[in-house]
Design a protein. Structure first.
Length: 62
């Protein structure tokens, strides 16, 4: 399991967006919903794509 150090973490609604350096040495961006019961997350190559996905996410926890 890789350990990533996130920087520039922002919260957009219940979703957190953070930047990190991936295992290939490139900058990547991760999103994860923090609502209970919602397991949505994603990795993106650009920060604007990650923020757009975070703002468009509508969780429906079960």
């Amino acid at each position: 399991m890789a350990r990533y150090r996130f920087r520039d973490v922002r919260r957009i609604g219940p979703v957190e967006v953070g930047s990190y350096i991936n295992r290939h040495g490139r900058e990547a961006h991760a999103t994860a919903c923090t609502a209970p019961g919602c397991d949505w997350s994603g990795d993106y190559h650009s920060r604007p794509a990650a923020e757009l996905a975070a703002s468009a996410h509508r969780c429906n926890p079960r």
